[in-house]
Write a protein that binds this ligand. Structure first.
Ligand code: NAD
Length: 693
């Protein structure tokens, strides 16, 4: 949030709760860690680290002096006891006598000091915690401190603000040398209350977790009061330069532009987008100084692997540019960003460097807002959240005398630091459909649910559309921020268009469309009503046309190809009695897919069809009059249908919803069927009449 008038940066709350002081040293540091992490202006996701010293019993029953320190890759806000690493302190402390130690040696040494080898690898900054002679040490990256730490005259400002109570440590990459410098500074000056690390963050300590936490809050608020007293009334970022778009205008514009942006930033792997119009962000992207400030760099080393050194800045003047012009500009600027990123890597890389994905992780559209980019909604939101921190720090530092950041070489040394990359390696491996967006019609039904479950399990974001809105929402509930359930009647042109706009607003576009919504009816021709005939054609014919047309529009704007899968039926290829409306509409669906395969080819859009037969489990169709009607058609009872269908297949099997889902996945995945289009795959247990010929 943008602070109120007269306040450059908002103070932080003391959230200490009396019960947090209970338990052993590990419980206490755990409580303090969660409190620090609960305020992202103090400790952003994955950033900061905490420790407590005490005693523990080792595997041989000996009491040993121990330090509990945050494990690498965990987040303060959600720490558990198991996320801390216990280390034998007496084996670590003598290291301060050394003058240097490589990262590799440090990591190997600390691994041998662990109380238990199954504990997580300890934080990069473990030695700093060990060398500071206090029971509890907290290291954070607070906005209020980083304003001073990231201002051109930061050292003088810190001295003016804190006098001798805080030491200033010039920027060096974390590791043995920084730890030793901080440890010695604290040991040599018992009156010291804090160390401020240039362009990085804050270190404080105390006898208890409560004392260290409260001192963090107090020191940060002192820095904030100092900044506000000096520049509280100043315009942030040089004041406004243009008039930002309203929410409605931005939504309208972004619906047309996001697919182009998503395609452009998905050069090596598919990405999802998260749009952000927080007031402080809109203020920043509409400001006079933003075009220059965005190029300075990251306000904290911790941001780099998630935001890259700089965001992509996209100029946009609402008075002059329309959506088409903006999309065109994005298509030009993103490749240029990649070229610059590759040049930066080439300049600093050594023989072991594996270049990261060169696409931007944060895109700022002037007068509109921010777009976070990532291979999952969580990753995209993390980039967004870290840039919120950047906006606050840049606001203060710019007003205090000029925002400064790490040099290119310093940034590279962090972004490609093996110890920083180690944290990323802890994430689960990406799924086969990671970063893709799959839209499934009839998402509340049996096959739709199974299809979404299969694709979500492979890393896709899923959008379930159904007449039954509650059913669609319930079907995606388990996928959290990677699922979206929407009401949509596929026979309505407006509803289909609106559903795609919502999918685009949420994830940035669509790669996979499974047209699966269905109805069924069975009656001899002479008893088939016109209503029934038209209902089948409306859903299975017109509905599939409308869904595919919108898919084409979105995919062509993305320019990354795509896969459309129609769920037709064995009845599309086999003539049967008493289902002429359904079966002929399914045949129309199948042929529509082939026609679209021809039109989609030049755009890399594949269109294929899966033909199920008799999937009784989970199907609403089979819960309706269709079951009775089909049983009547075969002259059997409804509860004999399952056996009837099994027996009539060549393989003697029943077909389950997941069998259909796996066939859909085959066509959805470019890795499995990237060179197949206009095809059909029967999943019917083998029905000779349906064999392709
Ligand atoms: P289902 O009834 O469980 O699911 C179909 C879903 O489509 C329902 O949730 C329904 O609300 C939704 N729907 C219906 N009309 C809609 C509309 N106008 N707009 C949006 N949503 C609408 O059925 P299922 O078994 O999961 O079938 C899925 C697809 O598979 C259908 O196209 C069906 O024809 C086809 N199919 C099924 C079988 C089978 O035996 N289950 C066999 C062959 C083909």
């Amino acid at each position: 949030m943008s602070p109120a008038d007269g306040v450059m940066i908002a103070p932080v709350d003391d959230r200490w709760d009396a019960s947090a002081g209970e338990g052993d040293a590990l419980d206490q540091v755990l409580a303090a860690s969660r409190l620090l992490g609960s305020d992202r202006s103090l400790a952003n996701f994955g950033g900061g680290n905490t420790s407590a010293k005490g005693t523990a019993t080792d595997h041989a029953g000996r009491d040993v002096r121990v330090m509990w320190v945050k494990g690498s890759g965990s987040d303060l806000a959600t720490m558990e006891r198991r996320h801390f690493t216990g280390l034998r302190l007496d084996e670590i402390l003598p290291l301060i006598e050394r003058h240097e130690m490589s990262d590799e040696e440090m990591v190997a040494y600390l691994a041998r000091c662990q109380l238990d080898p199954t504990m997580p690898r300890c934080s990069i900054e473990t030695l700093l915690h060990a060398f500071v002679p206090a029971e509890h040490v907290h290291h954070t990256h607070p906005d209020g401190i980083n304003v001073l730490a990231g201002t051109r005259d930061g050292e003088a400002l810190v001295r003016e603000c804190f006098g001798d109570r805080a030491a200033w440590s010039p920027y060096i990459r974390p590791g043995f040398t920084l730890a030793r410098q901080v440890g010695l500074a604290v040991r040599e000056n018992p009156a010291l209350e804090a160390v401020i690390l240039a362009k990085h963050g804050l270190v404080v300590w105390g006898d208890t977790a409560q004392e260290a936490y409260r001192r963090t809050v107090a020191i940060v608020n002192e820095a904030i009061a100092f900044t506000n007293a000096r520049v509280g009334g100043a315009a942030r970022f040089g004041g406004p330069a243009g008039t930002p778009l309203s929410d409605d205008q931005a939504a309208e514009l972004l619906a047309d532009v996001l697919p182009a942006l998503r395609g452009a930033v998905s050069s090596e792997r598919a990405k999802v987008l998260v749009v952000d119009r927080a007031p402080a962000v809109v203020e920043f992207v509409s400001s006079r100084d933003a075009p220059e400030l965005v190029g300075v760099g990251a306000p904290c080393p911790d941001h780099l692997v998630h935001t890259k050194r700089v965001p992509l800045w996209v100029p946009f003047d609402p008075a002059r540019d329309d959506a088409a012009a903006l999309a065109e500009r994005i298509r030009e600027l993103v490749p240029a960003y990649r070229d610059e990123y590759r040049a930066y890597v080439a300049l600093h890389a050594d023989a072991d460097t594996v270049p990261a994905d060169p696409d931007p992780r944060v895109v700022l559209i002037q007068n509109v807002g921010l777009v976070g980019v990532g291979t999952s909604p969580r990753a995209a939101a993390l980039s967004r959240d870290l840039y919120h921190r950047a906006v606050e720090v840049i606001a203060g530092a710019d007003a205090m005398g000029g925002f400064v950041s790490l040099t290119d070489a310093e940034s590279f040394a962090i972004e490609y630091w093996p110890l920083e990359l180690y944290k990323l390696s802890l994430a689960p491996p990406p799924g086969e459909l990671q970063g893709t967006v799959a839209l499934v019609t009839g998402g509340a039904g049996g096959i739709g649910r199974a299809t979404m479950a299969a694709m979500a399990g492979m890393g896709a974001c899923v959008v379930g559309l159904d007449l039954d809105a509650d059913g669609a929402r319930e079907a995606v509930a388990a996928y959290g921020d990677a699922g979206l359930g929407l009401a949509c009647d596929v026979t309505s042109e407006d509803a289909v268009r609106d559903a795609y706009r919502q999918a685009v607003a949420r994830f940035g576009g669509v790669d996979i469309v499974v047209s699966n919504a269905g109805v069924a009816s069975s009656a001899p021709l002479q008893e088939t009503t016109l209503d029934e005939w038209q209902r089948n054609y409306a859903v299975l014919g017109t509905g599939y046309f409308l869904v595919a047309r919108e898919a084409f529009r979105t995919m062509i704007a993305q320019a990354t190809g795509g896969s459309i899968v129609f769920v037709a039926s064995k009845n599309a290829v086999v003539a049967g009695r008493n289902a002429a409306a359904y079966s002929s509409a399914k045949a129309a669906e199948l042929h529509l897919a082939r026609c679209l395969a021809e039109e989609g080819g030049p755009h890399g859009i594949r269109v294929n069809t899966v033909n199920p037969d008799a999937v009784l489990q989970g199907s609403r169709i089979w819960g309706s009059s269709w079951r009775r009607e089909r049983a009547d058609a075969y002259g059997i009872e409804p509860d004999q249908l399952e056996e009837h269908y099994r027996k009539r297949t060549t393989l003697g099997v029943n077909i389950l919803p997941d069998d259909i889902a796996q066939a859909v996945v085959h066509f959805a995945s470019p890795a499995r069927s990237g060179k197949s289009t206009g095809n059909m795959l029967n999943v019917d247990g083998g029905v000779p009449a349906a064999y392709a010929r």
